[in-house]
Ligand binder design. Structure first.
Ligand code: NAD
Length: 698
């Protein structure tokens, strides 16, 4: 235990000083600082060493136990736990510790120890209060739940994201959450991994007080004095706790979980539902079972692969770290992509000007932006500020002021080039010019530019707010600084940059194309759309290829397919002609209400799926793997990890497999090549294994 030094004091956030801590008597360990305020309340500040966000691990919890042992003999009036990090309370457990950890006995030992610390907090006779600002996730939420009162600061978010890693809460969160709030609400939160915003958390009883930072001290005083009363359980909570109803509710949850993923692919939701169904009446037994079940899931293929994905994700994040932040972005083309890119940038704090040759397109984009901001739970002032940052600019005045101009006009080379001719001379000399093209080679677009080194591809995916990945596209003449600033920009707006070379389709579309092309071939053989989609979804793809083609737009699919066919000089896939006919008829998929399916309200009308031919999943998935290997061999992407991450975050490739390259490696490269050869014999030369497989073997 060492007293706070002057330098550390100087570095402390104003928040802490406002709290009135007696700094002279506060102390600091590696991850926790603590002291008593003038009212005799002990404050524990969580401040994980060497990290910008708090995460929980064994050392953090052991140290917390140590702090409690030191504090309790002095009989504090209450204990407050809060974070000293700006980002939030706690982002959950440190998942990197779980990678490769499949010894369930060791996992159980660690969990048991963690349980004991949280149990000790929950059993303290004095008031315990968690004050939460920013994110409060997973293990962080479990820590907050162990306290008697939870005070949320405006803007806080809560959630149990464990399921996204193939796990469920493991530090008593399953037991405490279903005991605190209506069980179906708690289970839904744990089963979906979705975050709950502060106001909703207050409404469902997850937090007791929602307030602003300046009122936190008063709220803490109220909590310690026992002036904050929890409401009685609602009728809904009582009904959901009836043992007679539990089996029915559990089966309903199972049916929902099965719709999202198969149990053998993704056992976590089912383990959680079993846990609740069997043990909800016996908290002690449920706690023990939670430990056992969590430790068992940790060793599952799904969890280990999903935890592994965390690493490539971090790799992508790191690819965008250096660079001066952009302050002003100008977007040309307010259509489906440009409008949403502009809104997203404004949401992330940038000043954005938006132009289009059609004023009505700008108007529509502004309306969509307002909807997006409301969906993101911004309050009225935040919505107003975000809309203020997004400036309709029909005369393109913003071009001369922007640090980055993003072009998102229709996919026609001549149109884009003519546009560059008019905008390039008006751009600041230091500004970057980015194109959202999905298929035009950048070298063609750069041809007549005065300064081709400032051109970069920023290939956003549709829908922009939901898709985390952005392919950052290089070309022969790009300046290094352009490429690195573009990647930093992608991080600045909280997306993941995947650096790729300007080859047709880049990575994600190039890999998705054979997936969709094979679906066309199967359709031509008479297999129904829903049957093909179901086969892909059973593998773990979030969406079947027929529905995906309709959503992307059949015209766009055709353009990319033609482009790839030209590049590879491959014979057209069977079924390509039927695609061409549909496009010629104007049946372009979701956007025209008709493609392979008919569409209503953004949903396809699908018939019943039949039994797919036995090799359906391999026919759809292996060509995707083949394309990924070709991209690696051609240097479109530099590393296997980048491919895995990009395919998971850009195409939703079954995350529990760890990504296409990891899947290929775990299945065995030789095995995959053998299967491809078999399919060449059965279905044709389009399955020819790429020569890149040879170097993977070595
Ligand atoms: P879109 O047709 O929805 O929108 C294009 C907008 O550009 C229209 O509002 C149009 O009025 C405007 N426009 C046309 N010419 C213009 C000009 N000279 N000056 C200013 N505005 C002009 O198209 P989109 O789907 O948003 O696609 C835009 C770009 O994004 C294309 O390059 C496309 O390949 C790429 N892209 C599209 C998707 C997708 O799923 N739609 C995904 C990734 C990339």
């Amino acid at each position: 235990m060492r007293p706070l030094s002057k330098t550390v004091l100087a570095a402390l956030e104003p928040r802490e000083l406002e709290l009135g801590l007696d700094m002279g008597s506060s102390h600091m360990l590696r991850h926790w600082r603590y002291g008593r305020d003038a009212h005799g309340v002990a404050w524990l500040l969580f401040d994980k060493m060497g990290a910008s966000v708090n995460t929980i691990d064994e050392e953090v919890l052991n140290e917390l136990a140590d702090v409690l042992r030191r504090l309790l003999p002095d009989s504090p009036a209450g204990i407050v736990i809060r974070s000293a990090k700006r980002a939030g309370f706690c982002a959950g457990a440190d998942v990197s510790r779980f990678a490769g950890q499949i010894d369930s006995n060791e996992a159980e030992r660690q969990l048991l120890q963690g349980h004991m610390v949280l149990e000790a907090i929950s059993e303290l006779a004095i008031p315990t209060v968690a004050v939460v600002h920013g994110h409060c996730l997973g293990g962080g939420l479990e820590l907050a739940l162990a306290c008697r009162t939870r005070i949320a600061v405006d803007g806080a978010t809560f959630g149990f994201p464990e399921v996204l890693l193939g796990l469920h809460p493991g530090l008593g969160g399953t037991v405490r959450s279903v005991g605190l709030i209506p069980p179906v609400e708690a289970m839904t939160t744990m089963l979906t991994g979705k975050t709950v915003h502060a106001a909703r958390a207050r409404a469902i009883g997850l937090v007791d007080v929602l307030t602003q930072e300046r009122h936190v001290a008063a709220a803490v005083r109220d909590a310690v004095a026992g002036r904050i009363k929890r409401p009685q359980p609602t009728l809904r909570a009582k009904v959901e706790r009836l043992p007679a109803l539990r089996g029915f509710l559990a089966n309903r949850m199972r049916a929902q979980a099965r719709k999202r993923a198969r149990q053998d692919h993704f056992p976590a939701p089912h383990a959680l539902i079993d846990l609740w169904e069997k043990f909800a009446d016996r908290p002690g037994a449920m706690r023990n079972e939670e430990i056992r079940s969590f430790a068992a899931l940790l060793g599952s293929r799904a969890a280990q692969n999903l935890i592994r994905v965390f690493h490539p994700r971090e790799t992508l994040r790191r690819m965008g770290e250096s660079g001066k932040p952009m302050t002003h972005v100008h977007v040309v083309g307010a259509g489906a992509m440009g409008g949403d890119i502009a809104a997203w940038c404004a949401l992330k704090g940038l000043r954005v000007t938006l132009s289009d040759q059609k004023p009505e397109a700008i108007g529509a984009a502004m309306r969509r932006a307002a909807e997006l901001f409301a969906r993101r739970h911004l309050n009225d002032i935040q919505i107003r500020d975000a809309l203020d940052r997004l400036i309709p600019d029909p005369h393109s005045h913003g071009i001369g002021k922007a640090d980055l101009v993003i072009e998102a006009v229709p996919e026609r080379l001549e149109l884009k080039k003519a546009l560059y001719e008019s905008i390039e001379p008006r751009m600041k000399p230091s500004a970057l010019l980015a194109t959202n093209t999905s298929s035009i080679p950048l070298r063609d677009l750069a041809e007549d530019l005065r300064n081709p080194g400032r051109l970069v591809g920023l290939h956003f995916f549709n829908p922009v707010p939901r898709m985390e990945l952005v392919e950052v596209v290089a070309h022969e003449d790009i300046f290094d600084v352009t490429f690195s600033r573009a990647r930093a920009f992608v991080r600045q707006i909280d997306k993941l940059p995947a650096p790729v070379a300007s080859e047709p389709g880049f990575l994600v579309n190039r890999a998705l194309m054979p997936y969709m092309a094979e679906a066309l071939a199967m359709l031509a053989e008479g297999v129904s759309g829903p049957t093909i989609d179901a086969a892909a979804e059973a593998f773990g793809m979030p969406m079947g290829p027929v529905e995906l083609a309709d959503r992307v737009g059949l015209d766009i699919c055709l353009a990319v397919a033609d482009l790839l066919a030209r590049k590879q000089a491959a014979p057209p896939a069977p079924g390509l002609e039927s695609l061409r006919e549909r496009v010629a008829r104007g049946d372009l998929g979701m956007k025209t209400g008709k493609g392979f399916y008919s569409w209503k309200g953004g949903m396809p009308r699908k018939g019943r799926a039949g039994v797919p031919p036995a090799d359906s999943a391999d026919r759809l998935i292996l060509p995707m793997l083949n394309a990924c290997v070709a991209c690696l061999r051609e240097g479109v992407v530099a590393e296997e990890n980048t491919i895995d991450a990009a395919m998971i975050f850009g195409a939703g490739f079954a995350p529990f497999t760890g990504g296409p390259m990891h899947y290929a490696r775990t299945q065995g490269v030789e095995d995959i090549v053998r299967k491809l050869m078999e399919m060449v014999r059965r279905h044709g030369p389009r399955f020819e294994p790429d020569e890149g497989w040879m170097s993977l073997n070595s």
